[in-house]
Write a protein that binds this ligand. Structure first.
Ligand SMILES: C[S@@+](CC[C@H](N)C(=O)[O-])C[C@H]1O[C@@H](n2cnc3c(N)ncnc32)[C@H](O)[C@@H]1O
Length: 191
C-alpha cells in the first residue's frame, strides 16, 4: 500500500473500532438530505447514512482507492440500497459534484494525511465549493494521544488544528465531541 499518497492508507477502515451510528448521532441528517462521505473507504458510514437520508435523499461516497469503491458498491447492491452514488475520485482534485449541492458532509480519518502532506488548500477549496450555505461539514479524527490504532502521533490533529483547517474556508465550528474509544468529531456550519 505504499504509493504517492504516503500516510493515506488506502483500504483501511474504522469499521471495527468506531460505530457509524455513533458518528452519525453527532451529525444532523434529515430525510431527503444529500450527504457526502469524502474518503469513504469501504463506506460503512455511507451505508448507515443512506438509511437516514431515506429514499428521497442521496449519499455521494468518494474515494481514490478503486477496490474500496467496488466493495461499497457490492455491499450496497447486496443490501438493496439504491441511494448511494459511489465513485472513484481524488479529493485533491476537482470533485465530481455540483456547487452548493451537499447538505451534510463528513470526512472520517482522512484529513490528517492531507495536513501532513500540505494538501489542505486543494481539498478544502473543493469542500467549500460543494457544501451549500447552511450545510455542515464534519471531520472525524483520531484523538491526539498515543494509541496502537491510528496514524503516528506526530501527524495526528487535535480539535484546535481541525478548527484552524476549517475556519479559513467559511466554516464556523458548531460542536466537538469525543466518540468511541479513539476518536473525536468536529462539526462546522458553512456560512
Ligand atoms: C484511514 S481510511 C478511512 C476510511 C473511512 N473514512 C473510515 O473512516 O473508515 C482513509 C481513506 O482515505 C482515502 N484517501 C486517501 N487519499 C485520498 C485522496 N487523495 N482522495 C480520495 N480518497 C483518499 C483512502 O483511500 C482511504 O480509503
Amino acid at each position: 500500500m505504499s504509493d504517492k499518497h504516503g500516510h493515506k492508507h488506502h483500504g483501511k477502515t474504522s469499521r471495527d473500532i468506531l460505530s457509524a451510528e455513533e458518528v452519525l448521532k453527532n451529525v444532523e441528517i434529515k430525510k431527503g438530505d444529500v450527504f457526502l462521505d469524502a474518503g469513504c473507504g469501504d463506506g460503512y458510514i455511507s451505508i448507515a447514512a443512506s438509511k437516514l437520508v431515506g429514499e428521497k435523499g442521496r449519499v455521494h461516497s468518494l474515494d481514490v482507492y478503486e477496490k474500496s469503491i467496488d466493495s461499497l458498491k457490492k455491499e450496497a447492491q447486496d443490501e438493496g440500497i439504491t441511494n448511494i452514488n459511489a465513485e472513484v475520485a481524488d479529493l485533491t482534485q476537482k470533485l465530481p459534484l455540483e456547487d452548493d449541492s451537499i447538505d451534510v458532509g463528513i470526512m472520517a480519518n482522512v484529513m490528517h494525511g492531507f495536513a501532513a502532506e500540505g494538501e489542505v488548500p486543494e481539498v478544502m477549496n473543493e469542500i467549500k465549493r460543494v457544501i451549500k450555505p447552511g450545510g455542515t461539514f464534519s471531520l472525524v479524527e483520531f484523538r491526539k494521544i498515543q494509541s496502537q490504532r491510528g496514524p503516528p502521533y506526530e501527524i495526528r490533529l487535535g480539535p484546535a488544528d481541525v478548527a484552524e483547517i476549517l475556519s479559513p474556508y467559511g466554516f464556523q465550528i458548531k460542536e466537538a465531541s469525543e466518540i468511541g474509544e479513539y476518536h473525536y468529531i468536529v462539526t462546522a456550519l458553512k456560512k
